[in-house]
Design a protein around this ligand. Structure first.
Ligand code: ATP
Ligand code: MG
Ligand code: MG
Length: 381
């Protein structure tokens, strides 16, 4: 039986193992923490990917390796590639784990991006704020997730505070300054590319973030077909340029009807969790099909879907379970502020039915603010 190794044992690895089990494969997860939540379903190697003996044990027990986490150093990914099949390839991982390399690639491919500049010194920050203009965002080039490692600059007077917060990171992980995009919406393309180059996308998804963390996703997004085609085209160009194999998500801002690329996540993505119940084939199943060289499944939607993230602690499940199209995902994690501990997906035959279900769930769980922007969109606002 084939064993798929997953570097990183969080909820993405857990859902890969749960959704991949019917394919008749085994999983082995490697994570530094013995209570990583994927370990509840898959055997684990406890160890850090920078530890060569842990990595060697992992490599000796798997046939193909993939990631639940984009920050595996490219040296570790390269080391593995010399021993076993690894998807996505280390170059794709290396490019997308560095915001500067990633944005440079977007620009080379003609994909619009917000203005950006690399920042190594305090003086460069002043120059870049003057060039790009405020508001803008200072971000670490590497290792950021869920909006961590970011500082929003409202005016040039915030430069000291921004440098105070992130200046120490300049040497370790690099910094980048980006223009702040006053977007009307955030969209993502979740896409998959097979080993043979076959490329598919799920319908465009609209996303809402709170404090830099994904709060809700709606699919299909209510976008013009031409806008979706442009977004899918960008995703395909990137997949081909990186010789990408597996699932990835391209995050986009939409401003004045134009798309600007934010980042590419080289893995299954939170904005694609709705595909478990809302699509013919989920992102998790198709990621595994891709890395195993199997035919890809259809990505068409089954109705309309909205995913709600549970951050910090799980709410009561009953309100969601009582919905005809309600689905519950508890990641089995200990509650902690800001931590993604689970999600729910509501699925319905029509936008009106989906809005009604969201209204009921929002009221029952006292989460009106979380569902409100999605309901407005479903009502065509
Ligand atoms: P993720 O968890 O998606 O990997 P991350 O830490 O890599 O998050 P980003 O995606 O860069 O961070 O930013 C998180 C959110 O902050 C974005 O989804 C968006 O809502 C907001 N944001 C980031 N950059 C910008 C920008 N240049 N202009 C406007 N909003 C931004
Ligand atoms: Mg990111
Ligand atoms: Mg992001």
């Amino acid at each position: 039986m084939t064993t798929v190794g997953i570097l990183g044992g969080g909820q993405l690895a857990r859902m890969l193992a749960l959704d991949g089990a019917p394919l008749g494969v085994r999983f082995l997860v490697m994570d530094a923490s013995a209570d990583a939540c994927a370990g509840q379903f898959a055997p684990m190697v406890v160890g850090d990917y920078t530890n060569e003996s842990a990595l060697a044990e992992f490599a000796s027990r798997v046939d193909v390796a993939t990631f639940d986490f984009e920050n595996v150093p490219s040296e570790s990914a390269q080391w593995l590639t010399e021993r076993i099949a690894v998807y996505p390839n280390p170059r794709a991982l290396g490019t997308t784990q560095d915001r500067l390399a990633e944005k440079t690639l977007f620009r080379e491919l003609g994909i619009p991006v917000p203005p950006f500049a690399t920042i190594d010194t305090r003086a460069q920050l002043d120059t870049a704020i003057a060039d790009i203009g405020a508001p803008c965002i200072l971000k670490t080039r590497r290792l950021g997730y869920d909006g961590k490692g970011q500082f929003r600059i409202k005016s040039a007077a915030d430069a000291d505070a921004a440098w105070g917060a992130l200046g120490a990171q300049a040497e370790k992980v690099g910094l980048i300054l980006e223009g702040f995009v006053a977007f009307e919406r955030e969209l993502s393309v979740v896409a998959v590319r097979g080993r043979d180059g076959e490329f598919r996308t799920w319908p465009l998804t609209e996303n809402w973030h709170v404090d830099g963390v994904l709060s809700a996703s709606l699919a299909p997004a209510t976008a013009e077909p031409a806008l979706a085609e442009t977004a899918f085209g960008y995703a395909r160009q990137l997949a081909e340029a990186l010789d990408y194999v597996g699932v990835f998500a391209l995050e986009l801002f939409c401003r004045d009807g134009e798309l600007l690329a934010n980042e590419l996540a080289p893995r299954v993505h939170n904005s694609g969790h709705w595909t478990i119940e809302g699509a013919e084939t989920s992102q998790f199943q198709n990621h595994l099909r891709a890395v195993l060289g199997l035919p890809l499944g259809a990505t068409r939607m089954v109705g309309h879907a909205c995913m709600l993230n549970w951050i910090g602690a799980m709410p009561d499940a009953n309100a969601v379970l009582a919905e005809p199209g309600g689905h519950w995902h508890d990641y089995g994690k200990a509650p902690r502020d800001g931590r993604k501990v689970g999600h729910a997906t509501l699925r319905a035959e029509s936008p009106e039915e989906l809005a009604a279900g969201l209204q009921r769930v929002g009221a029952a769980l006292d989460r009106e603010a979380q569902v409100a922007p999605v309901i407005s969109r479903l009502h065509g606002r």
